[in-house]
Design a protein around this ligand. Structure first.
Ligand SMILES: [Fe+2]
Length: 489
């Protein structure tokens, strides 16, 4: 298999030298092609990849230096070795300054050539090895970050950051479909004060090309096709698609504003792999977002069902949820826990659907009715028990009528043995019940209610929770009032 052998292109206008070198290198186990000048070499390079180009310096038409320029831009991984006569050593040294790997002086011994070529091939292998290692490390880091996250914004930020650091881009802009047939910029990153180029990108040109091509890689002037006039010249652009089930859901656009920069093969490969993982993660994040939205809507609908049973408690669950959410946050819970508290508060009275009685009757409940009513926390627990993803909210629903002094129901727990989520809902629930009209009494004023809560610190309520409530409630009410939400007076 010639593909496994190191690949060398020998370029010389002297046929004899070409053939001798080719025969010799083939004998040494290399895969060899020849070209009789720079032009022929460029066309050979467009067909085959080579590890090393061994080229004469002086040739008719396209010479060694021009070939070197071409290689630097189009095949930056290929190493160039110059062959030169004694009179042109200085030119050979200049060639090395502008990127040639080495040079050999004509006339040369074959052993000399072999030594230089071997060294070049080892360097290529080492570079390839380093590249694989770098890819493996970056991919590991990126995959870990992406898979650890179900949040779309986090996934997009990870892609942007890894494109800057691993593909050495100056600017990266990530786009996702907007669900209405268009695309919108979702993430942006820059190496150091790079210009925000997202707004200059020609969306139709990019999406149109990605519909046909695996990726887009352009240099210098060709960028005009992808960008409107940018504040700083764009020297290299690589756009890789984000695809899910054959559909284009967006792209990652890496830009270099550094002159002479190219996105090499390894960086493009890296971008492609990161983009494919990211696309899957974004798809997951979207499914998860949908699931979360469905979940929130279901819970809200359950809460409204409860409130509809009793015309006096319209909006009660949502208000309790609002107070409980703020309390949880002020008590230092993280956002995940705050959300659980909010959900539990929304559903805290769901067990009332199990109490077969007239909740709308005027006046106080009779002793028997009260006994039935008191079962609602346990009914609530029973109703939610079969639902796996609602397990975290159950303690809040089950225990919201427990009291700090142990005289509550259904378990008669005391102090800290009552879960915090239930102690929070208890305060929020009582405040809202007292400041709302009920079948048997009118709403109490805000001030009176807060005093009453303070009076019942340590008997009915956790003193810390009431403490936070007392100091924060006025601020919350003011904010909500400004938002047009009805609040107690
Ligand atoms: Fe209740």
């Amino acid at each position: 298999m010639p593909n496994d052998k190191p690949r060398i292109l020998v370029v010389d206008d002297e046929r004899f030298i070409r053939e001798v070198l080719a025969d010799f290198l083939v004998m040494e186990g290399y895969f060899v092609r020849t070209a009789d000048d720079g032009e022929a070499a460029i066309s050979e390079l467009s067909l085959n990849a080579f590890d090393v180009v061994l080229t004469d310096l002086k040739m008719p038409k396209v010479g060694g230096l021009e070939l070197l320029e071409h290689l630097k831009h189009e095949h930056p991984q290929t190493l160039t070795i110059m062959m030169t006569g004694f009179g042109t050593v200085e030119t050979a040294i200049d060639a090395m300054k502008s990127g040639a790997y080495d040079y050999v002086l004509k006339p040369f011994k074959t052993a000399e050539i072999l030594q230089v070529v071997d060294r070049a091939i080892s360097k290529r292998r080492l570079e390839a090895e380093n590249l694989r290692l770098r890819e493996a490390v970056s991919l590991y880091k990126v995959s870990e970050a992406i898979s650890a996250s179900l949040s779309m914004d986090e996934v997009v930020q990870t892609i942007c950051a890894s494109t800057i650091s691993d593909a050495h881009a100056d600017v990266v802009t990530t786009w996702l479909d907007d669900g209405e047939g268009g695309f919108a910029e979702r993430g942006f990153a820059t190496a150091q004060d790079g210009p925000a180029l997202g707004s200059y990108l020609r969306i139709d040109a990019v999406s149109g090309r990605l519909a046909q091509e695996r990726d887009i890689v352009v240099r210098d002037d060709a960028a005009r096709e992808l960008f409107d006039a940018t504040p700083r010249p764009v020297h290299a652009t690589a756009v890789v698609p984000l695809r899910v089930r054959d559909g284009l859901i967006g792209w990652v656009c890496a830009v270099s504003t550094t002159e002479g920069k190219v996105f090499d093969e390894g960086q493009r490969k890296l971008l492609t792999i990161v983009a494919s993982r990211a696309a899957a993660a974004i798809d997951n994040a979207r499914l998860y977002d949908n699931l979360q939205a469905t979940f929130r809507q279901t819970i809200q609908s359950l809460a409204r069902t409860i409130d509809k049973m009793d015309r006096y408690t319209a909006g009660h669950s949502e208000r309790v949820a609002r107070y409980a959410e703020r309390l949880a946050r002020s008590l230092g819970m993280d956002e995940g826990q705050v959300e659980v508290v909010r959900q539990a508060a929304l559903m805290h009275d769901i067990g009332k659907v199990g109490c077969v009685m007239n909740l709308n009757k005027p006046g106080k409940l009779t002793h028997d009715e009260y006994q039935i009513f008191k079962r609602h926390p346990v009914y609530g627990k029973d109703i939610l028990d079969p639902i796996q993803f609602l397990q975290p909210v159950i303690p809040g629903v089950h225990l919201h009528h427990e009291r700090w002094d142990g005289k509550g129901y259904p378990l008669g727990l005391e102090g800290d043995s009552i879960p915090l989520i239930a102690r929070i809902i208890s305060v929020a629930d009582t405040y809202d019940a007292m400041t709302s009209n009920r079948a048997y009494r009118r709403a109490l004023p805000h001030e009176v209610t807060v005093d009453e809560l303070a009076r019942c610190k340590r008997s009915q309520f956790d003193p810390d929770v009431v403490g936070v409530f007392e100091s924060e409630i006025d601020g919350w009410l003011e904010q909500w009032r400004d938002q047009g939400i009805d609040v107690p007076e």
